[in-house]
Design a protein around this ligand. Structure first.
Ligand SMILES: Nc1nc2c(ncn2[C@@H]2O[C@H](COP(=O)(O)OP(=O)(O)OP(=O)(O)O)[C@@H](O)[C@H]2O)c(=O)[nH]1
Ligand SMILES: [Zn+2]
Length: 303
C-alpha cells in the first residue's frame, strides 16, 4: 500500500479517560470519517499518544470546550481552566500558527508501538461465544499493552493502540453473521457460509484503521495479528510501517485450562489457516524429560 492510495478522512470527535477494571487507565477515542457513518474507536494506552485532529485548535473555541472534547494535556481536576497546560504536572503543549499540535517530548512519537487492528465481534466479546477467539484476542491485546513482556513477547509497557473497527462479521453485520452461524451448524465453514449468503469471504476495509493510526501519530507498528492482510494494510510509506508482526497464538493451544476449548473454535481456526492464509501454527508440544524417558518431539496434528 503506498501513500498514493487515498486515505479516508478521519476526525477524532471526543476522547475520555477510562479507568479500567484491569488496572491501567485507557483513553477511548471516538472517530467520525468520510467513508461510512459508523463510530469507529481507538482504545489508547498512554496519555501522550495524541490525536492530531482532536488537539488541533479550532477558531473561537474556549479552553473549557477543548477540555470537554478531551483535547487536554495531563489530568483533568475540579477547577482546572486551561486545556493546553496542566499546571499541576507542569506540562504545556505547543501549537503552530495554524493551530496544529507541535510534536515534542510531551507527545509520543517515532517509537515502535504495539497495535491491534480489531474488528468488532459482539458474540465473541460480549455474548461469551466459543465460536471464535475475538474476545480472547481483544483481552490479550489489552493485557499485552500494559505489560513489559509476557513470556518471550515484548509488551507495550503501558503504551499501545487497539483500533476497534465496527466491522462486525468481517463486514457483513451481526444479522448476516447469525445466519452464517446457522449455515455453519448445517456443515458450512465460515468462508462457505459467507459466500452462500452472497457476501465476500472477507469484505473488510482496513483503510480507516490506517487513517486512525496516522492521526494518532503512530509511525512504526508492532502489529498483533495472524492475518497477513492486516500486515499488508498497515504498510503505508512514508507514514506508517509495520516493523514486526506479533503472533496471537490461541491460549487453548498452549494451556489445557486457559482459552476456548470447543469444537466450533477448532473449525473456525482451521478455516482461518487453510482458507484465509492466516499465519497460525500450533506450537510444538515438547515432552519434558520428567514426563517421559524418550525425548521425542511430538506435534499434535496442526488442525
Ligand atoms: N462472517 C463471519 N464473520 C465472523 C465469524 N466469526 C468471526 N467473525 C468476524 O471475524 C472478525 C474477526 O476479525 P479479527 O479477530 O479482527 O481479525 P482476524 O481477521 O480474525 O485476524 P487476527 O488479527 O489474526 O485476529 C470479526 O469481525 C468477527 O465478527 C463467522 O463465522 N462469520
Ligand atoms: Zn468473533
Amino acid at each position: 500500500m503506498t501513500a498514493s492510495e487515498t486515505l479516508p478522512k478521519v476526525i477524532c470527535v471526543a476522547r475520555a479517560r477510562i479507568p479500567t477494571t484491569q488496572g491501567p487507565e485507557i483513553f477511548l477515542h471516538l472517530y467520525a470519517n468520510d467513508k461510512d457513518n459508523k463510530e469507529h474507536l481507538a482504545i489508547v494506552f498512554g496519555e501522550d499518544i495524541r490525536s492530531r485532529t482532536l488537539f488541533k485548535q479550532r477558531s473561537g473555541e474556549s479552553q473549557q470546550e477543548r477540555m470537554i472534547r478531551g483535547a487536554y494535556v495531563g489530568k483533568l481536576f475540579p477547577g482546572r481552566t486551561v486545556a493546553d497546560r496542566d499546571e499541576r504536572a507542569g506540562i504545556e503543549l505547543k501549537f503552530s500558527n495554524d493551530g496544529e499540535l507541535i510534536t515534542d517530548e510531551h507527545t509520543w512519537h517515532d517509537q515502535d508501538t504495539l497495535v491491534r487492528i480489531h474488528s468488532e465481534c459482539y458474540t465473541g466479546e460480549t455474548a461469551w461465544s466459543a465460536r471464535c477467539d475475538c474476545g480472547e484476542q481483544f483481552d490479550r491485546a489489552g493485557k499485552l499493552m500494559a505489560l513489559d513482556r509476557e513470556g518471550d513477547i515484548k509488551g507495550g509497557s503501558g503504551k499501545g493502540v487497539i483500533v476497534y473497527l465496527r466491522q462486525e462479521g468481517r463486514g457483513i453485520g451481526l444479522g448476516e453473521k447469525l445466519k452464517a452461524y446457522n449455515l455453519q451448524d448445517l456443515g458450512a465453514d465460515t468462508v462457505q457460509a459467507n459466500l452462500m449468503l452472497k457476501h465476500p469471504a472477507d469484505g473488510r476495509d482496513f483503510s480507516l484503521g490506517r487513517a486512525i493510526l496516522i492521526d494518532l501519530g503512530i509511525e512504526k507498528v508492532r502489529l498483533l495479528t495472524n492475518n497477513p492482510d492486516k500486515v499488508e494494510q498497515v504498510e503505508y510509506p512514508p507514514f506508517l510501517h509495520c516493523v514486526e508482526r506479533v503472533p496471537m497464538v490461541p491460549l487453548s493451544w498452549t494451556s489445557e485450562e486457559e482459552g476456548i476449548h470447543s469444537t466450533e473454535i477448532e473449525g473456525y481456526l482451521r478455516t482461518k489457516v487453510e482458507r484465509m492464509g492466516h499465519l497460525l501454527q500450533k506450537p510444538l508440544q515438547l515432552h519434558t524429560a520428567d514426563e517421559v524417558t524418550k525425548t521425542s518431539i511430538t506435534t499434535r496434528s496442526i488442525l
